[in-house]
Every structure is written in structure tokens, then in C-alpha cells.
Design a protein around this ligand. Structure first.
Ligand SMILES: NC(=O)c1ccc[n+]([C@@H]2O[C@H](COP(=O)([O-])OP(=O)(O)OC[C@H]3O[C@@H](n4cnc5c(N)ncnc54)[C@H](OP(=O)(O)O)[C@@H]3O)[C@@H](O)[C@H]2O)c1
Length: 313
């Protein structure tokens, strides 16, 4: 099967590597030539997302496109998949379950893409790959240093808000033994979230290429954890008790209003993702990709965290 992966950051590299390991022909689409990726063994085709002919030419003969590219370029990619008779398309999702997200700018753009895919579903099959939160947020240097995300969506959202993915910016500050978590729902129940290592996401995506028909969502995870247990694991790995702040729903919303009034967009973005976690948007009970491919042995959060910080010591 011929597969194209759009984008070239770490997640795209994990997916491409895993797809090749499954024996498929695979290449990446990029706005640039990216010779350093060719040196690493990746095949890269340079495209111009604003030139339909360039995209069309790259997609001839491709069965499946996996996108990590968002916004208008992704919509152009869908149009070109239709013109080049691509059979399947997976949009840049790779987070919580769609339609449970609030209509903040970043989420709205993703919903627009999913709506477009619904319109064309007779011609182009699609699925939303859902994986919860990447473990890579919690390693040394955070998501930014992990290279998993190119960071474009987070650096410059349409509202100009900024969320860089620095170390300790999201729930857990492993280095300084601190955590701020929305541990309880508005009703007082424990909050859970799903978490996955980006490399495991790549392996699940590659396995799911085998499916004859994709369901609307393909959910995968390394672990589903109560947020209090998520911090407990970090404490166990470090062998220290962390200073844990449990932030309630009311306080989260009040802080978000204050940050909004102060035009502190970085803080607003941080609070938005905490609110999303507290609302359970990053949680799902069944993980159908794990059920279908139990041979994909996922890393537990403890395994991943221990390894990530051992390298730092
Ligand atoms: N679950 C989580 O914790 C989590 C965290 C972060 C991201 N994600 C998800 O992972 C996926 C990828 O995220 P990301 O942060 O890497 O996305 P991104 O910053 O938008 O970058 C993805 C790719 O898009 C291409 N790109 C960037 N800007 C572009 C533009 N203006 N026009 C055309 N192409 C452009 C880049 O490839 P080239 O430069 O090679 O063209 C890049 O590799 C998204 O679906 C995101 O939601 C999930």
C-alpha cells in the first residue's frame, strides 16, 4: 500500500517509520526539501499546499494519507486527495475525542476539517486517531524539546494565543517536584485522562492501515489514569513527595477570566487545557485500536517517565 504522511515533525516521523516497518511504501509531504530527513532514511516530497497541481502530482497512486498538518493547508490536502482518488485520509487529530471539545479556536479549526470529511465520506474514507495526552509533555524540556510537535499550532493560534509546550507547563513539574491538577470533576468525581507515547501512536496508526474499513474514531492509549495516580507515578519514579495543588473548576474558570482580562494568552492557553482535562475531554473508556491490535505493546507512563528522566541525570 502506498502511504503519504503530511508533515515532518516527530509525530510524523514516528508514524512514517512504523508504516515502513509494516512493509508499506511511504513518503512524507513537506513544504521544504528537508535533506536532513533524507539522511535519516525518510523519503520526502516537497509540496506547495497552495498549489493544487503540486499536491495532486504528489498524491497520484497513494492509497492513504495520514495528516499532521492543520488549518487551510490540510483542507487543500483533502481537496487534492479527492482529485487524485486517494481512498483514505486521517486528519491531524491525535488528541482527545472529537466533538467532546469546546469550541475554542484550535478545536473549531479541527471540527471544520472533520465536517469537511463528513461531507465527502462517500469518496474519501476517514477516521480520527485519538490518543489522549502525549507522554512527551512531561519529559525534560517538555513537548518543545521532544521534537514530537512542530509547535506551529500552539505557537500562533488564530487568536494570537501562545502555548509553547515548555517543560512543566502542563500539570506536572517533575524537575521541581510540583503538580497542579484538576483532580475532581464539578460533581466531585475523580478526573481521568488517557496518555500515550508518540512512538506508540505511530505503531497503532501503522497497524490500523490493515483495517478494511475505518470506524469514525480509532482510539489508542498507553494508559488511562486517574490524575491523582498520574502524579503518584511521578512521585514513585522520583522517590519524592510532590507539592500537589488541586485546582477546582470554579477557580480554574476564575483564573481563566482574570488571565483573559490581563491578555496573558499563555496563561489562558494553559488554563484552557486544564479545563479540557477537568471536563474529561482527554478521557475515553474503550480504546478500540488497543482492542484490535493487542500485539502493540505500549509503554506505561512509569516506564516512559523513568527512561526520559534517567537520560537527563
Ligand atoms: N495529544 C497531544 O498531547 C498532542 C500534542 C501536540 C500535538 N498533537 C497533535 O499532533 C499533530 C501534529 O501537531 P504539531 O504540533 O506537530 O502540528 P504543527 O505544528 O501544525 O506541525 C505539523 C506539520 O505541519 C507542517 N506545517 C506547519 N506549519 C505549516 C503551514 N503553515 N503550512 C503547511 N504545513 C505546515 C510541518 O511540516 P513541514 O514543515 O515539513 O511542511 C509540520 O511538521 C496535531 O494533530 C496535534 O493536534 C497532540
Amino acid at each position: 500500500m502506498k502511504v503519504a504522511v503530511a508533515g515532518t515533525a516527530g509525530l510524523a516521523q514516528h508514524i512514517t517509520r512504523a508504516v515502513a516497518e509494516e512493509g508499506h511504501e511511504v513518503f512524507m509531504l513537506s513544504r521544504y526539501q528537508r535533506p536532513q530527513l533524507a539522511e535519516k532514511g525518510f523519503r520526502v516530497i516537497q509540496v506547495d499546499y497552495f498549489n493544487p497541481e503540486s499536491l495532486h502530482a504528489a498524491l497520484i497512486g497513494v492509497d492513504t494519507v495520514i495528516s499532521t498538518v492543520s488549518g487551510t493547508p490540510q483542507l487543500a490536502l483533502i481537496d487534492s486527495c479527492l482529485s487524485a482518488c486517494v481512498r483514505r485520509f486521517a486528519p491531524a487529530e491525535f488528541e482527545g475525542v472529537p466533538y467532546e471539545r469546546p469550541m475554542i479556536e484550535q478545536g473549531r479549526e479541527k471540527i471544520d476539517t472533520l465536517n469537511r470529511l463528513r461531507e465527502v465520506k462517500e469518496k474519501l474514507q476517514s477516521t480520527a486517531f485519538c490518543c489522549g495526552i502525549f507522554y512527551e509533555w512531561f519529559g525534560p524540556g517538555g513537548l518543545s524539546r521532544s521534537g514530537v510537535s512542530a509547535g506551529t499550532i500552539l505557537e500562533a493560534t488564530p487568536t494570537g494565543r501562545v502555548f509553547l509546550g515548555d517543560e512543566a507547563c502542563y500539570m506536572l513539574d517533575f524537575r521541581n517536584e510540583r503538580a497542579t491538577i484538576p483532580a475532581y470533576t464539578e460533581k466531585g468525581d475523580d478526573v481521568y485522562a488517557c496518555f500515550t507515547a508518540a512512538a506508540d501512536v505511530g505503531r497503532f496508526v501503522a497497524k490500523c492501515l490493515k483495517m478494511e474499513t475505518w470506524p469514525e474514531q480509532l482510539k489508542m492509549r498507553g494508559e488511562r489514569l486517574k490524575l491523582l495516580d498520574f502524579v503518584g507515578i511521578a512521585e514513585a519514579v522520583k522517590g519524592r513527595t510532590f507539592n500537589v495543588t488541586i485546582i477546582g473548576s470554579e477557580e480554574l474558570h476564575e483564573q481563566a477570566i482574570d488571565a483573559d482580562e490581563a491578555e496573558d494568552w499563555k496563561q489562558v492557553s494553559k488554563l484552557e487545557v486544564l479545563i479540557a482535562a477537568q471536563r474529561g475531554e482527554l478521557d475515553f473508556l474503550r480504546a478500540n485500536a488497543n482492542d484490535c491490535y493487542p500485539e502493540v505493546e505500549t509503554l506505561s507512563f512509569k516506564q516512559w517517565l523513568s527512561k526520559a528522566w534517567a537520560q537527563e541525570a
